[in-house]
Design a protein around this ligand. Structure first.
Ligand SMILES: Cc1cc2nc3c(=O)[nH]c(=O)nc-3n(C[C@H](O)[C@H](O)[C@H](O)COP(=O)(O)OP(=O)(O)OC[C@H]3O[C@@H](n4cnc5c(N)ncnc54)[C@H](O)[C@@H]3O)c2cc1C
Length: 534
């Protein structure tokens, strides 16, 4: 047993936690401990294509899975989360989306002062170095390099032509004034290298004398003196260690593990804690509730022009060629984000802003969990509803920190979600039926055109859709009885404890969640500095 005292202890070195470690240690007199359950790095992580290689990796990934649910054909849906420095930003699909101003204005309107779009914009600007210039909304000089996907060729030209055919206006920056359009993806990739928060925020500061980073340090529970969180108990190399914080403990373990850690520490629903043989320290009914995620359905097509698909280009000596292309040009398969093109569209003309997002992928996979490529040339377009209404939960199933929590998505339980997914599915077909796309694509092989009616489409989605890896809301920010943290991210009713990561989002942002999690890390750092003046 060892006793150590810090000013701040940050639990979880993911998208948000790494930002906090970097920003809080700017104050040289603060001693900060960053605890991460995973390893320091994985050799694949720097290459963007690691998205496919680490998606089910036994050490760099927690590899959770959901509970079987009737609404998704009683399947256990894989729930990958990064387990290494950088967290999920070290294994994710590298797509960079801020979301819509409306998302943050909604957070503000729900009673979270300081979180409307005008309030969070400075943190989005502070985080980024947008390689394509700056204006009122975009910035340069921040730690996170953001650039447009570099893969080029007739497939993308055809998608752009399809967009024109459908009269969809060109949008030069979906993270700017408007999100709507069929667009080239902005990515957390620079010169062919993944821009994780480990690389952009931690690497430059890891030698600061006031920062200690402990990897392979699995936090088991939070420690309390009365209602004050005083430290944490973690396990490393099969040894139990106890560390203490003068000022605060900040939980940044993400949408799945943050509610789990609170519950393991006795914070949550009294009955559930008692059922799991955990002493109730502080009753808080919202812990683990209000889970939202994007359910993601895929349509796959054969390609008439096989050379446009990476399924064909990765045959034979293809991989060798792609490695050479990476080494000499920093281009090609190894630099692909999860999708080089996106679409943000409205399923109904009367809507103010897009309600669906598509990912357009230049290959087809047999098994989304393993990302194995088909041998024949194909492409994939996937779809999710941007702001899902279905609410699920994540709760512990035992008092043991190494047991997986039970993830119940309740996907598609809200009719709004079902309608948007069906309409989005049809929208994909509309795009793929333009002349521009018919010239290059072959048949729709999954699900196939025989799946036509709304019921058939919904049934296909129920049987095949996966998560888009964006679980949020399980330590929801707000001031009502069902919220977990207040607008300064302090856990209600306790002292010295904040949660700062994807779990605090009160509603889903319209897009992939990494940028919003980094923003949360930036904003939390600023609030902690304000609340702890010199
Ligand atoms: C496969 C995949 C693809 C994705 N693709 C994209 C994308 O293309 N674009 C995008 O914007 N978003 C994407 N996302 C989502 C995005 O990456 C996440 O929303 C974001 O990284 C979450 O940040 P976070 O800080 O909430 O948690 P995380 O980044 O997940 O960090 C949590 C950290 O806490 C650690 N931890 C957990 N429990 C403990 C414990 N008990 N003790 C110590 N440490 C612990 C974890 O190991 C991890 O390092 C993807 C996610 C995944 C998994």
């Amino acid at each position: 047993m060892e006793k150590d005292i810090y000013d701040f202890i940050i639990v979880g070195a993911g998208s948000a936690g790494s930002v906090l470690a970097s920003r809080l240690t700017e104050k040289s007199k603060w001693r900060v401990l960053l605890l991460e359950a995973g390893a320091a790095s994985h050799p694949y992580s720097r290459f963007p294509i690691s998205f496919g290689l680490l998606i089910d990796h036994p050490t760099a990934n927690w590899r959770y899975s959901s509970q079987p649910e009737e609404g998704t054909a009683n399947r256990r849906i894989p729930v990958p989360r990064g387990r290494l420095l950088g967290g999920s930003s070290s294994i994710n699909g590298l797509v960079f989306v801020r979301g819509q101003p409306l998302d943050y204005d909604t957070w503000g309107q729900l009673g979270n002062r300081g979180w409307s779009f005008d309030d969070v914009l400075p943190f989005f600007q502070k985080m980024e170095h947008y390689e394509h210039g700056e204006d009122d909304l975009r910035s340069q000089g921040g730690p996170l390099r953001v650039s447009k996907a570099t893969d080029e060729g007739p497939l993308y030209d055809a998608i752009k032509a399809a967009s024109k055919e459908l009269g969809i206006p060109h949008n030069p920056d979906y993270n700017g004034k408007s999100q709507e359009g069929i667009v080239r993806t902005q990515t957390t990739i620079s010169n062919g290298v993944r821009m994780s928060t480990a690389r952009c925020y931690l690497n430059p500061v890891k030698n600061r004398p006031n920062l200690r980073i402990e990897t392979n340090a699995h936090v088991q529970k939070l420690l309390f003196e009365g209602k004050k969180c005083s430290g944490v108990h973690f396990r490393k190399n099969e040894q139990d260690r106890f560390v203490h914080a003068h000022k605060e403990v900040i939980v940044c373990t993400g949408g799945v593990a943050s509610p789990q850690l609170l519950e393991l520490s006795g914070i949550g629903q009294a009955q559930l804690l008692t059922d799991n043989r955990i002493e109730v320290k502080h009753e808080l009914n919202g812990v683990g509730e209000h889970l939202r995620d994007h359910i993601n359905a895929r349509i796959q097509f054969n390609m008439k022009r096989g050379e446009l698909s990476y399924n064909q280009r990765m045959q034979g000596l293809g991989p060798v060629w792609q490695v050479m292309k990476y080494i000499f040009q920093r281009r090609g398969f190894m630099t692909l984000p999860s999708a080089p093109m996106l679409a943000f569209l409205r399923t109904r003309e009367d809507m103010e802003t897009p309600d669906i997002q598509m990912h357009m992928v230049p290959y087809a996979v047999k098994n989304p969990k393993k990302r194995q490529l088909h041998k024949f040339p194909g492409m994939t377009v996937s779809i999710y509803q941007l702001r899902p209404e279905s609410l699920g939960s994540i709760h512990i199933q035992s008092p043991d920190a190494s047991d997986q929590p039970a993830i119940n998505f309740n996907f598609l339980t809200d009719p709004i979600d079902r309608d948007a997914m069906i309409a989005g599915f049809k929208k994909i077909r509309e795009i793929m039926n333009t002349k521009a796309m018919r010239d290059i694509r072959g048949e729709e092989f999954s699900p196939g055109i025989e799946v036509k009616t709304d019921d058939e489409i919904l049934s296909f989605i129920r049987n095949t859709a996966e998560t888009a890896y964006h679980p949020i809301g399980t330590c929801r920010m707000g001031n009502g009885p069902e919220s977990v943290v207040n607008e300064r991210l302090k856990v209600h009713g306790l002292e010295g404890l904040r949660v700062a990561d994807g779990s605090i989002m009160p509603t889903m942002v319209s897009g992939n969640t990494n940028a919003a999690c980094i923003m949360i890390g930036e904003k939390a750092s600023e609030m902690i500095k304000q609340d702890n003046p010199a």
